[in-house]
Design a protein around this ligand. Structure first.
Ligand code: HEC
Length: 142
């Protein structure tokens, strides 16, 4: 008798609290997840892209050549000028001094800019190119 009384009081009370709160969470959680993930996707991280797309062949340490030359201080550097790097003739005789604009053109389509280059990796996405170039620009030797 006592048990059924308590039960009949608490059960509806719990139902009233859980119901709306549960419904509210069901609405708020997906909204939070949606905005959270789309904000992360919009922020293009140049350092992460460099690690993913470039670091297999380039590092950012002075004078350390992998398959490609170190890209430390690439802005303002003459193309094909790192001592001991394994450059193509095309790169060495390109006459380019790397700046934001030439890097932009090169990374869009390397072989269209320098016929015969050994660097074939392109970054077709403009926002990703800009992020990588920003990162490279931030990594100067001094
Ligand atoms: C598969 C290996 C590989 C990957 C990945 C790669 N590169 Fe290269 N890169 C090279 C090679 C090899 C050269 C030398 C090309 C030549 O001499 O023709 C080079 C040359 C360059 C140069 C000219 C360097 C100089 O000293 O003149 C730049 C700038 C460059 N790469 C940027 C990048 C960026 C930025 C990325 C990432 C988006 C990248 N590379 C990804 C292999 C690669």
């Amino acid at each position: 008798m006592i048990c059924t009384t308590i039960h009949s009081i608490t059960a509806p009370a719990a139902g009233r609290i859980k119901g709306p709160a549960g419904a509210l969470l069901t609405i708020i959680l997906p909204i939070g997840l949606f905005f959270g993930s789309s904000a992360a996707a919009q922020e293009v991280d140049g350092e992460r892209l460099f690690r993913q797309r470039c670091a297999a062949c380039h590092n950012i340490e002075p004078g350390q050549t992998k398959m490609g030359p170190s890209l430390l201080g690439i802005i303002g550097r003459t193309a094909g000028s790192v001592e001991g790097a394994n450059y193509s003739q095309a790169m060495q005789s390109s006459g380019i001094t790397w700046d934001r604009q030439s890097l932009e053109t090169f990374l869009t389509a390397p072989r269209q800019m320098i016929r015969g280059t050994r660097m074939t990796v392109s970054i077709p996405d403009g926002a990703q190119r800009a992020a990588i170039i920003n990162y490279l620009e931030s990594q100067s030797p001094d």
